[in-house]
Design a protein around this ligand. Structure first.
Ligand SMILES: Nc1ncnc2c1ncn2[C@@H]1O[C@H](COP(=O)(O)OP(=O)(O)OP(=O)(O)O)[C@@H](O)[C@H]1O
Ligand SMILES: [Mg+2]
Length: 280
């Protein structure tokens, strides 16, 4: 199991679009993939049309959606209780009908805001623990981080083997990259090893104007691994509205879907996953 976080402290730079379409592409290549929504906005949950299971036996007698927030709460070490592995898998559900059948989603809603602020010892390790011991085959976990460098981002950095920093190629979007990389480096030092590695900076929603070329050159001169850019196309928003992956839009989505498929191939290669052998 390889865990990849899609991150950037900056909002609206296509983190969720990337996480969902990349996860779907990897699943279409034959991998068993879990997309974890780590944003209280629940955008990845909505985009993938994931319906959280409902638990109606809580102490308040109110039906409650089972989400990543519950998984992290259950995995926390409190009052001497042991950390519980596997809780994230317990809340995972299949993605909606347009998505790959091998894609599952750990959904989120606004409950997750409470987890973002928790800083007790062990809080940052909860996600990593909650992801341990998957009950079935699982090749790749994709973490869709929210636009913040708070507790959930730290938890993602503690759980991830590698990180893709998604960045819109716009002047005001670039500033999020160094801040995100700074925290990544701090966590890497705290973990005392090479993880999480920076898989690369992914330029997203790249338009055709000349200024965009300049920004791309700037990214390439600033960061060692700049991944193949995702073109800006109206079909991405259309797909978002339809709660579907871009690949479901056939020829109209092909350009964007191809970039995400190639990125998925790269990620699976880095992860050492050879899923094509398993495709049935
Ligand atoms: N390649 C693209 N072409 C056109 N529009 C895009 C592209 N990628 C993303 N978008 C659109 O940009 C908007 C923001 O994307 P997205 O929600 O993925 O960003 P985000 O970084 O996850 O945002 P947040 O920080 O709020 O979580 C969405 O409406 C999405 O459909
Ligand atoms: Mg998002």
């Amino acid at each position: 199991m390889f865990t990849l976080a899609i991150a950037n402290q900056k909002g609206g730079v296509a983190k969720t679009t990337t996480a969902a379409n990349l996860a779907d592409a990897a699943a279409e290549l034959g991998a068993h993939v879990l997309l974890v929504d780590l944003d209280q906005q629940g955008n990845a949950t909505a985009l993938t049309d994931a319906t959280a299971r409902v638990f109606d036996g809580n102490a308040f007698g109110k039906p409650q959606q089972l989400t990543v927030s519950d998984a992290l709460y259950a995995a926390q070490e409190r009052a001497g209780a042991p950390v519980q592995a596997g809780t994230v898998h317990q809340v995972a559900v299949p993605a909606g009908q347009h998505w790959s059948p091998r894609l599952r989603v750990a959904p989120a809603n606004q409950d997750l805001a409470a987890r973002n602020g928790e800083t007790f010892p062990g809080a940052a390790q909860r996600l990593a623990v909650g992801l341990q011991e998957p009950p079935g085959p699982l090749d790749l976990v994709v973490l869709d981080c929210g636009p913040s460098l708070g507790g959930l981002f730290l938890a993602a950095m503690h759980a991830a083997d590698a990180v893709v920093v998604a960045s819109e190629a716009a002047d005001n979007a670039l500033e999020g990259i160094p801040r995100t990389l700074e925290v990544l480096a701090q966590v890497r030092a705290a973990r005392g090893g090479a993880a999480p590695a920076l898989l690369g900076v992914l330029p997203t929603a790249l338009a055709r104007e000349a200024r965009q070329g300049e920004l791309l050159d700037f990214l390439r001169s600033s960061y060692p691994d700049v991944l193949a850019p995702v073109p800006r196309r109206a079909v991405v928003r259309q797909a978002e509205g339809a709660h579907a992956p871009v690949r479901a839009f056939g020829a109209a989505g092909r350009e964007v879907a191809d970039v995400y498929r190639q990125l998925a191939e790269h990620v699976l290669h880095v992860a050492g996953v050879r899923p094509s052998e398993e495709v049935s």
